[in-house]
Every structure is written in C-alpha cells, then in structure tokens.
Design a binder for this molecule. Structure first.
Ligand code: PLP
Length: 345
C-alpha cells in the first residue's frame, strides 16, 4: 500500500475541547465547519458530543444536515451563513439554527419557518457577516420579539492579543447588546485566550480543538506518515524533480515519498519544508509534485519505510510556515486519498 496514513486522535480533540472549556466559566461550543476542519465530521462530531459539547457550529446548512445525521437529535447545530434561499427544508428537517445576518434573512426565516429557532449575527467591525449597527438599531426590537436563541459576533484580530481591534470590537458588541437578555457569544479560539470579558455566555472554538494556533498548549491531533516508494543515490551535478529544481552538490541519498499537492501538501511548501524520521529533520528537495515528494535522507543510516510530515516533531503550524500560510489551511486541505485512522481509547 502506498497511500499515506493520516492518524487523527479523537481523544486529543476532546482533551483540547475540555482544556478550552476549562479556561472559561461559560458554555463551550465546538466549531466543526468544513468537515471538522478537514478531519471528518462524522467521527469528530459524535466524539465531541460524548465529551459533553451540546452546541455545534457549521458554515452552511448542507454541513448541518450531515452533522445532524451523525449526532442524532439533541445537540444544537448552528449555521453561520444563516438562512439562505432554498435552505428552509434543510433547516426544518435537520432542526438547524441559522445565525441570521441581515434583515432580508430574518424576514425570509420568520415567513418560511415561523417559530423555528434562530440566532442573530452582528457586525462589530470585521465587515464579513452580520448586521451593521444602523441596521441592527432599526431592527432590534422586532428581532428580539421573535426570541432569538443567541446573539453572536466574530473577532477579526483575536490571534494578536495586542491588537487594538479586539477592545474596539468588544466595546461595539457590548454596546449593541446592552440590556439584551439573550445569550451572547463573541470568542472563537483566539478570543478565549484574550481575557474573560470576551467570553460572554458561550465560546466557539474551532482550530484550537484540532491542535492549531493560537492555542499554544493544544494537544497534537494529527500525524501524517508517508510511505517511501523508492530510494536512490544521486551523484554531484545530477538533478532531482521537475525543472531540475534541485541539483546535488554532494553525493545525496534521495527518498521519493508517496504524497503531493493533490493530497494537500501544497506546492508552495517547496524548498523550505522538512519531513522527519524518528525526530530527525530531513530537507524536502526539488519541487512538490502532484503525488510525490523527494527528500534528502543522506543523514539517515537505515532505510526508512515512512517519513513523517505532521506529528509530534512538526505541527500543522510548522508545516503551514513552510508554505507561508496558516494551520487552518493545511488542515482543511488534507486530501481525500489518505488512509484515515481514528484513535480513541
Ligand atoms: C470559523 C469560525 C469560528 C472558529 O474559529 P477558530 O479561530 O477556528 O477558533 C468561530 N466563529 C466564527 C464566526 C467562525 O467563522
């Protein structure tokens, strides 16, 4: 077998949820949009529910329907995109709670599904989703009369505790929701770590559950072991890979491993990346191909059967750094070809 093995530690995800929950006095939801950040919502959802999560968030109604099948009735499934045209059947049948983000969505929701639960999303400065302060001021009494289950907003700069945007958004959120008796939520992973005033009644961590920054103390969740297909000795002056991107200066042992950009190991990682073997870092050489990566294993004595890209020695954020991106993008790009193994005690 030459497909790489992606090991996903469900217990570590639950441990991260508990650790983030332990940092606040309020309820902790779980954000499992984009197939649980690429790790598999059908496994991650039930594991987190068993760990005690009662509130979940997905991006779109279609994801909510899939999650409802995995969770069964009971937990609340909130949908960030709100109530979009054509969503009413999914929202009703999946018992989903749309996070309404405009007057138009509110009207469509109460008209098509009168009495069906919904939340409200306010824009406190990010200018991405949610009602603007003026829109909210005009609609506030009408919206509150329909008894929303939650009022939420999202922080743009929470991964940088020193950024003045955090306090500005906190103030806007507090001002816009003053005197409102509905549960409130502002913080994702970054906001949990900022300070207790950001916590309100519910937090919404995503990336921290999956072992990513800014949750520095996260338990690692994923490891990716890639089979070595072939090993060869390359003489000085010989090149490796497309465009002769690597030319050997010294005698070099090269391992060709079985994963590439079609598996989410993005091409931009290129020359800065390393893989590891028993903790030893080994440079990726040449270009990342669709299905193959070449690695300089001259430093190794034996003949490795696998090299590791993700694991204890290199986190998703380390690998993201190779490509100038963020851990979120590495996680959600992990490919469909891997042999996925879920660990749980
Ligand atoms: C993705 C998302 C989250 C989770 O954010 P993390 O940074 O992954 O913790 C929370 N709230 C909203 C609105 C989101 O879009």
């Amino acid at each position: 077998m030459s497909t790489a093995t992606l090991i996903i530690d469900l217990d570590a995800i639950c441990a991260n949820w508990r650790a983030l929950d332990g940092q606040t006095a309020c309820e902790t939801a779980a954000v499992i949009k984009a197939d649980a950040y690429g790790l598999g919502v059908a496994k991650v959802g039930p594991a987190l529910a068993a760990a005690g999560a009662r509130q979940f968030f997905v991006a779109v109604a279609e994801e909510g329907v899939i999650l409802r099948r995995a969770l069964g009735p009971g937990p609340t499934i909130n949908v960030f995109s709100g109530h979009m045209a054509g969503d009413a059947d999914m929202i009703r049948e999946g018992n989903l709670t749309p996070m309404i983000n405009s007057v138009d969505q509110l009207l469509a929701h109460v008209e098509s599904l009168p009495g069906h639960a919904f939340g409200l999303q306010l824009d406190t400065g990010m200018n991405r989703l949610g009602m603007e302060p003026s829109e909210w001021a005009a609609l506030r009494d009408i919206a509150l009369a329909q008894r929303p289950t939650l009022i939420m907003s999202h922080l743009a700069c929470a991964d940088d505790p020193s950024h003045p945007m955090n306090a500005a958004q906190l103030k806007n959120f507090a001002d816009m929701t003053e005197g409102v008796e509905v549960p409130r939520s502002l913080a994702a992973t970054g906001g949990i770590l900022l300070a207790p005033d950001y916590h309100f009644d519910m937090t919404r961590p995503g990336v921290g559950l999956y072992g990513g920054l800014p949750f520095l103390d996260a338990t690692p969740v994923v490891s990716l072991d890639v089979p070595v297909i072939q090993i060869r000795d390359v003489a000085p002056g010989e090149s490796v890979g497309y465009a002769n991107a690597f030319v050997a200066r010294n005698p070099t042992r090269v391992a060709t491993v079985s994963a590439g950009y079609a598996d989410g190991l993005i091409r931009a990682m290129g020359a800065k990346a390393t893989m590891t073997h028993e903790g030893r870092k080994l440079p990726v050489i040449g270009r990342v191909s669709m299905d193959l990566i070449t690695v300089d294993i001259t430093a190794l004595k034996g003949t490795p059967e696998h090299l590791q890209l993700l694991g204890l020695h290199q986190s998703v954020d380390t690998v993201a750094g190779f490509a100038g991106t963020i851990g979120y993008e590495i996680l959600t790009s992990l490919g469909a070809r891997y042999d996925r193994v879920y660990l749980t005690a």
